[in-house]
Design a binder for this molecule. Structure first.
Ligand SMILES: *Cc1c(COP(=O)(O)O)cnc(C)c1O
Length: 399
């Protein structure tokens, strides 16, 4: 049909491609059109099986979610069909999963030292939907058992290992076994490790979530999250909740996460190597009081980390001499690290919790949680280790 000029403006051009792109394309489209009404009917019958509308699914986003799921389930024989659903952020991965899997009246058991946003979500938002949170020390399995036995409303254990900033580790095997004794779900936020370092699904954990904003992207240029699970029932539930809450990931951010993932294996090895070297260097430095890094034998969870992690990652913290003032002086003197409130990027990122993330937290409460005045948190980058050592040493002496 020969179109008039206004109609021609409106019409999308025909896709002229002859060969398939070597790289995943970004599908910037809000909907998908059907070749025939029969095809449309088929997809409407089960929208999880075809592309229909961008909030439901998108080829770019689906491909990247599946890739992260394949990494998380890699080598685990009892998960033949892992799935991954990407979301608009790490926070939306958490809220979507919790709303999908817990009914009002059901409770979540978790630790007190979660990512700050998660704690706030649980205590301020989720609590308003009649889903209560029970805080407990998840390292104390007999306390966990006792609590589960006495409160049958608890239907999920939600955890982070290692935790931030103390890098406390929780025994994944023990938690998964205990939860299955009581027939309840387990969820691990694996953002700190990525599947290169830790695979919670291997221990029988039901769901893994990530803020893919961090190590999975690795370059600090997108915000996204992912929910990963092991069976189809879970997938339908989570997918349906995601599409109705509208917490879908956009294809551009998914594409950036995929681009970052190509070097994930290399980067995680480099983060771990620099982490080990910088921690060893600082642990003998005269101007440093203590260093917290899982690769150091001095860390109380060094052995557990060695069992359930492959490498110790890039997160570390240390205590400068001179308290709060010492912390501020270091922060102003450091040149190689950016003072940015994120983690997991290729470049070193430094945070002084007492004057930054925890500025509005009561000092006594902060100290109780191990956030001392001179504590510096470092997300160690993949720069040359000699540059890191030189600059940390110079900034500690602050000349
Ligand atoms: C950053 C972070 C989140 C939240 O992710 P966003 O992508 O910022 O929404 C959740 N958990 C952990 C451990 C994080 O570091």
């Amino acid at each position: 049909m020969a179109l008039r000029i206004n109609s021609l403006c409106v019409k999308d051009p025909k896709d002229p491609r002859t060969t398939k792109p070597h790289q995943l394309p970004i599908y910037a489209t809000s909907s998908f059109e059907f070749e025939s009404i029969e095809e449309g009917m088929e997809i409407f019958r089960d929208p999880s099986q075809g592309h229909l509308y961008g909030r439901f699914n998108n080829p770019t986003v689906d491909a990247v979610g599946q890739k992260i799921a394949d990494l998380e389930a890699h080598g685990i024989t009892d998960i033949p069909a892992p799935w991954g659903i990407m979301t608009s952020s790490g926070m939306s991965a958490i809220s979507t999963l919790l709303l999908a899997t817990l009914a009002p009246g059901q409770k979540i058991m978790t630790q007190g030292n979660l990512y700050g946003g998660t704690t706030e979500l649980l205590l301020k938002i989720l609590s308003r939907t009649a889903r209560e949170t029970v805080l407990i020390n998840l390292k104390d399995v007999s306390a966990v058992r006792q609590k589960l036995a006495s409160d049958p409303a608890i239907k999920m254990i939600y955890l982070e290992t290692p935790s931030n900033p103390a890098l406390d580790c929780i025994d994944l095997q023990l938690i998964a076994e205990t939860a299955s004794e009581y027939g309840i779900l387990t969820v691990v936020d694996n953002t700190f490790c990525t599947p290169m370092i830790q695979q919670p699904l291997a221990y029988g954990i039901d769901y893994v979530i990530h803020s893919t904003t961090k190590y999975i992207n690795g370059h600090g240029n997108s915000i996204s999250g992912v929910i990963i699970g092991r069976d189809d029932d879970g997938k339908k539930l989570v997918w349906n909740t995601m599409k109705l809450l509208g917490t879908n990931c956009n294809p551009w951010d998914a594409w950036l996460a995929n681009n970052g993932m190509k070097t994930l294996a290399l980067r995680m090895r480099a983060h771990s190597a620099n982490g080990q070297a910088l921690s060893s260097f600082l642990s003998t430095h005269p101007l440093v009081d203590s260093v917290t890094y899982l690769g150091l034998a001095s860390h109380p969870d060094h052995l557990l980390a060695s069992q359930q992690m492959k490498g110790y990652g890039g997160m570390m913290c240390f205590e400068v001499k001179g308290g709060y003032e010492g912390g501020l002086a270091f922060m102003n003197a450091i040149k190689i690290g950016a003072l940015a409130p994120t983690m997991g990027d290729v470049d070193t990122l430094i945070l002084h919790p007492a004057s930054m993330s925890h500025l509005n937290v009561d000092r006594t409460l902060r100290l109780e949680n191990g956030i001392t005045d001179g504590l510096i948190r470092v997300s160690i980058g993949i720069e040359d280790i000699e540059d890191l050592k030189e600059d940390f040493d110079r900034a500690l002496r602050n000349p």
